[in-house]
Design a protein around this ligand. Structure first.
Ligand code: 13P
Length: 251
């Protein structure tokens, strides 16, 4: 049995006051961590405050991270610092990072290794553009992303990894992939991992869907055989909406 994981990706939203208000509103209401993992991924300057105020059932994640320990990389965030301040998750390879900040499969691979080195749980994002989807090349495209990102990782790490399948055309557009579409691609990802590792490892690994997830569609997405949670942008910004999403994941 895979424990569902719902992660809010706040992207470049929320002031400190707004972020802390959110945490006060949800802390006591988030379901037990034994039933669902509830994570908020926020802008770097908010992370320490959020960690300090997170309730027992809420976890805090970063949205990006460098693959080196330290160095002359102005504006970057290091894994040792994230570990130091108590962050537990890190989103890696988000399509926005790939599109605007030159994040590549190769750098994402290095970042996943670095995250594990510092005890951070990586959420690896993969997903195709509309052109790729329309050319019927989704599975090959996502396969290349997965194979390249997982280079050199061991079975134990794969079991701890979370993959977020986020079709780029469904992000922030209101267009959700149908639950069948999402499940088919997620199943294909699990088969790719089974071929690279083994069935047991692939069955243990959690794969989320992301792209216009909201309270109105989460139940149907989570009812599918291979969808283990969601990575949510817009609908994670409001406390009540976030609570509806995490509650929907309680079986
Ligand atoms: P939306 O839920 O706003 O479509 O964003 C999805 C996403 O990019 C989460 O990482």
């Amino acid at each position: 049995m895979r424990k569902p994981i719902i992660a809010g990706n706040w992207k470049m939203f929320k002031t400190r006051d707004e972020a802390l208000q959110f945490v006060y509103n949800v802390n006591m209401k988030v379901p037990s961590n034994k039933l669902v993992e509830s994570v908020i991924c926020a802008q770097s300057p908010l992370l320490r405050d959020l960690v300090k105020r997170q309730g027992d059932n809420l976890r805090i994640g970063a949205q990006t991270m460098h693959y080196l320990d330290s160095g002359a990389y102005t504006g970057e965030v290091s894994a040792p610092l994230l570990e130091d301040i108590g962050v537990e998750y890190v989103v890696l390879g988000h399509s926005e990072r790939r599109a605007y900040y030159n994040e590549t499969d190769e750098s994402v691979n290095k970042k996943i290794h670095q995250a594990f080195k510092y005890g951070l749980n990586p959420i690896l994002c993969v997903g195709e553009s509309l052109e790729v989807r329309e050319a019927n090349e989704t599975v090959e495209f996502v396969k290349a992303q997965v194979v390249n990102a997982l280079q050199g990782l061991g079975n134990t790490q794969i079991k701890e990894l979370v993959i977020a399948y986020e079709p780029i055309w469904a992000i922030g557009t209101g267009k959700t992939a149908t639950s069948e579409m999402a499940n088919d691609t997620i199943k294909a990802i699990r088969n790719i991992v089974a071929a690279l590792y083994d069935n047991e490892t692939a069955e243990a690994m959690r794969i989320q869907y992301g792209g216009s997830v909201k309270p109105a569609n989460i139940k149907e997405l989570l009812s599918m055989s291979d969808i283990d949670g969601a990575l949510v942008g817009g609908a994670s910004l409001d406390a009540n909406s976030f609570l509806e999403l995490v509650n929907a994941a309680v079986k």
